[in-house]
Design a protein around this ligand. Structure first.
Ligand SMILES: [Zn+2]
Length: 203
């Protein structure tokens, strides 16, 4: 640990995020959903063809049609999901409000109801516009959101959409820094993440 590292040096945005080779998390997430949207219907159709061997009350054609219809529904659901991003563009602003709302989604008739917490961070950007960042957390505790714990009201931040990452302007009161790549919180005096060795995003 470098004890000569000055706290005053921890004020300001870092250019290191542009220099480090980082995973484009948005692209990766979208790509995974598109792959799932293409593969899932095939698996369903294949599974229904296997089912047709065992359950002969329905014709093979009926199983095929059922498989295709269900496959298409699932494909649409996954593609819709891939367009629901947490936040699309970069911005710079100040955190003005934090919200946590308990929500549920699903079909009450089938009893398939999922309860989750929707964490929202509301920022006023440098142009005076409101920017809202929301994240679903399927945890039982409303406090289990890393960004809402890390960021406090009044914090100035820069949001990097590609990495889905918030960088604080003033890190001089912090003991820990989040890793841009793996999200581990580590000692702010370190220059690299101890988990994945990615460059620390600090001035
Ligand atoms: Zn890391």
């Amino acid at each position: 640990m470098d004890n000569s590292y000055g706290r005053a040096q921890l004020v300001g945005y870092s250019s290191k995020i542009n220099e480090a080779e980082l995973t484009n998390k948005q692209k990766q997430e979208s790509r995974n959903l598109v792959i799932a949207a293409l593969v899932a219907p095939l698996i369903i159709v294949a599974a229904f063809q296997i089912a047709a061997f065992f359950y002969t009350e329905f014709s093979r054609l009926a199983w095929l049609i059922l498989g295709i219809v269900l496959g298409i529904i699932i494909m649409i659901a996954l593609l819709v999901q891939s367009t629901k991003r947490k936040h699309v563009t970069n911005f710079e602003g100040e955190l003005v409000k934090k919200q946590v709302r308990k929500k549920s989604s699903g079909d009450p008739q089938t009893g398939m109801i999922e309860t989750y917490y929707l964490h929202s961070l509301i920022f006023r950007d440098t142009k005076g516009k409101t920017q809202k960042y929301s994240e679903r957390c399927a945890t039982k505790e409303p406090t289990e959101n890393a960004w809402s714990r890390y960021l406090q009201i009044g914090d100035k931040v820069r949001y990097h959409a590609q990495q889905d990452f918030f960088e604080k302007y003033d890190k001089s009161n912090d003991a820990l820094l989040p890793c841009v790549e793996c999200r581990t919180l580590f000692d702010i005096a370190l220059n690299n993440c101890p988990q994945c060795n990615t460059t620390a995003i600090k001035p």
